[in-house]
Design a protein. Structure first.
Length: 250
C-alpha cells in the first residue's frame, strides 16, 4: 500500500469513515460468475460486467474474458483492449448501444466478441479502433463511424440493416445478408460480400482489392452527384450474380 493510501486510511478511520484504496490494474478479468466490487479484477476474483471492468483497468490496459457469458453494454472513454480468452461466446446482446467509443479513447482493440440485437453495435466517435474475430448481427447498424478510424478484420457482419457505415477499412471480413453491407467508403481487401441488397453503397472514394461479391442485388453502387465519388479497383475482385457495378443517378 502506498504512503498516500496509508495516510488516507488512517484519516478515514480516525474520522469514523472507510476508504477503499483499490487501485486500477493493467489487466482485469470478467466472468458472469464474478462480482462488480471495488477489488474485483483478478482471474480468481473477476468483475462481472465490461463497464465495471473498464473503471478498474488502467489506461492502455486489457479486459480479459475468463468464462463465456453476456457482459452488458460498455462506454469506452480511454485506450484499452477487450480480449475473449474464454473459448466460448463473450456477448453483448439486447441493448441499444453495446459498445460506444468516445473521442477520449485514443486506441482501442476488440477481439472475439459477439454483438447481437441492437441499434448501433459499435458506435465510434473518435480514436483508432481495431476489431478482430468479432460477430455483429441483427442490429440496425453493425458498425457506425461518425469520427475516428476503424479497421475490422477476420470478422462477420451479418443480417443487419446496415453492416457498416462511415469510413471503414475491412480485411478478410464477411458482410452477409445485410440490406447494405457497407454504406460509406474506405479500403476493402480480401473480404466477402454475400447476399446483401447492396454490397457497398458509396458516395466517396473507395478502394477494392481481392474481394468476392456474390448474390447481391447490386455489388457496388455509387452516386454520380458527388464529385469525390470514385472507385479504385485492383481488377482482382470477383463478381458473381447481381449487377457488378451500378450507378445511382440522383
Amino acid at each position: 500500500m502506498s504512503h498516500f493510501c496509508k495516510a488516507a486510511v488512517t484519516v478515514a478511520l480516525l474520522s469514523g469513515g472507510f476508504l477503499d484504496c483499490a487501485h486500477a490494474l493493467p489487466r482485469v478479468w470478467v466472468s458472469p460468475r464474478g462480482a462488480d466490487v471495488g477489488t474485483c479484477g483478478s482471474a480468481t476474483s473477476p468483475c462481472k460486467t465490461f463497464q465495471f471492468a473498464a473503471t478498474r483497468v488502467d489506461p492502455k490496459g486489457e479486459i480479459d474474458v475468463r468464462d463465456p457469458g453476456d457482459f452488458g453494454p460498455l462506454i469506452i472513454d480511454k485506450s484499452l483492449s477487450i480480449v475473449n480468452h474464454a473459448g466460448g461466446t463473450a456477448a453483448i446482446t439486447n441493448t441499444a448501444h453495446p459498445i460506444t467509443i468516445t473521442p477520449g479513447a485514443a486506441d482501442v482493440y476488440i477481439h472475439g466478441l459477439t454483438i447481437k440485437r441492437c441499434t448501433d453495435g459499435i458506435l465510434l466517435g473518435g480514436g483508432t479502433v481495431l476489431v478482430s474475430h468479432t460477430i455483429i448481427r441483427d442490429c440496425h447498424y453493425g458498425i457506425r463511424v461518425t469520427s475516428g478510424q476503424l479497421t475490422i478484420r477476420q470478422s462477420i457482419i451479418q443480417s443487419n440493416s446496415y453492416g457498416a457505415s462511415g469510413f471503414i477499412t475491412a480485411i478478410d471480413t464477411l458482410f452477409e445478408k445485410n440490406f447494405c453491407g457497407v454504406t460509406g467508403s474506405g479500403l476493402f481487401i480480401n473480404s466477402k460480400f454475400f447476399q446483401n441488397y447492396y454490397g457497398i453503397y458509396t458516395a466517396s472514394r473507395t478502394i477494392l482489392g481481392k474481394n468476392v461479391f456474390h448474390g447481391n442485388n447490386a455489388d457496388v453502387r455509387w452516386s454520380e452527384r458527388f464529385l469525390e465519388s470514385e472507385i479504385y479497383s485492383f481488377q482482382d475482385n470477383y463478381y458473381r450474380g447481381g449487377y457488378s457495378i451500378s450507378i445511382s443517378k440522383m
